[in-house]
Design a protein around this ligand. Structure first.
Ligand SMILES: [Cu+2]
Length: 307
């Protein structure tokens, strides 16, 4: 039997008119308030530093599409969060313990339960379809512009605790004498960039935040990833996989070069690095025996392709 104005459930009612949860609710309110305030401070500072709102700047079409999906999900979950938490707080206040209030036992309401299960299921279904299309466009190697003559391919080698980038050299062919390695990722703007990623030891993850590009580097596998940036500039590389005690040292730099400057820049990089000398390991391989060094640079022969 429902007593009008009484508590909907009697479990928090001590029966003496005192609300046991009052102290906790005040604490909860302060916690939520502080979190919201911090969020606004963070958003404000990130804006002032020239980054996007909450997210890093986006510099590729893939990044824009991922952000679009991110904000759509953020809006949907935000509306649901504010709505349900608001209702919760309202009910806590409305059905608070009152003098003479009696407990009310309920088995729930089937109609309401069907509604609040089917609407989220529908929304999740739509989101799953949207994200699947995007995922396939970005990750499926068959959609990567592998045969595009404009594409610049770079081999990415990860190890504890450095990145090495290998280029095919001025002749643009792999396995020839002018292949060179470079300790920064420098690639052209407005052209597809194809990365072939591999690790020499543990799992690392190449993370280029402004491109929303993140791909694990897995030992024994060569994984293909690609992007096309529409903006030139310099940004930071992070390793997004905790790969050991000096994981933080994997911070690197990547640069997107304007298309008209690319050829000159590429020649400059080659002059600076010089062709790979297979007889004397570079700094990068200082802890590696020479035969392993040569094997590591003879990249993709006999290794399993992954995605
Ligand atoms: Cu790492």
């Amino acid at each position: 039997m429902r007593v009008s104005g009484g508590p909907i459930c009697g479990f928090t009612n001590r029966g003496d008119g005192q609300n046991m949860n009052l102290g906790r609710n005040t604490w909860l309110g302060r916690g939520v308030g502080t979190l919201v305030a911090l969020l606004f401070v963070f958003a404000g500072t990130s804006h002032a530093e020239g980054r996007g709102f909450l997210l890093p700047e986006a510099i590729s079409e893939h990044a824009d599409r991922i952000d679009h999906l991110f904000w759509l999900i953020f809006a949907l979950t935000g509306i649901v969060f504010v709505g349900t938490e608001g209702l919760l707080l309202y009910f806590i206040w409305k059905y608070r313990a009152k003098e003479g209030g009696k407990a009310y036992h309920t088995h729930g309401n089937h109609k309401v339960e069907i509604i609040w299960t089917s609407i989220p299921a529908l929304i999740l279904g739509v989101l799953a379809l949207l994200q699947f299309n995007l995922w396939v466009d970005i990750k499926d190697p068959e959609r990567a512009p592998l045969d595009d003559p404009q594409a610049q391919e770079v081999h990415v080698l990860a190890k504890q605790f450095e990145w090495l980038f290998r280029y095919p050299g001025p002749d643009n062919k792999w396995g020839t004498e002018d292949d060179f390695s470079y300790n920064r990722l420098v690639v052209p703007q407005d052209r597809p960039v194809i990365l072939r990623i591999k690790s020499l030891d543990v799992i690392h993850s190449l993370f280029l935040p402004e491109l929303r590009f993140k791909q694990d580097a897995v030992p024994g596998m060569v994984i293909t990833g690609w992007f096309q940036a529409y903006k030139a500039g310099k940004w930071e590389i992070a390793c997004a996989e905790l790969c050991g005690a000096s994981h933080y040292k994997m911070r690197g730099e990547y640069e997107i070069v304007p298309p008209e400057e690319w050829d000159a820049r590429y020649a400059e990089m080659y002059d600076e690095a010089g062709p790979i000398d297979y007889d004397s390991p570079t700094e990068f391989f200082r802890f590696w025996p020479v035969d392993q060094y040569v094997k590591a640079l003879e990249f993709y022969e006999g290794e399993e392709e992954g995605r």
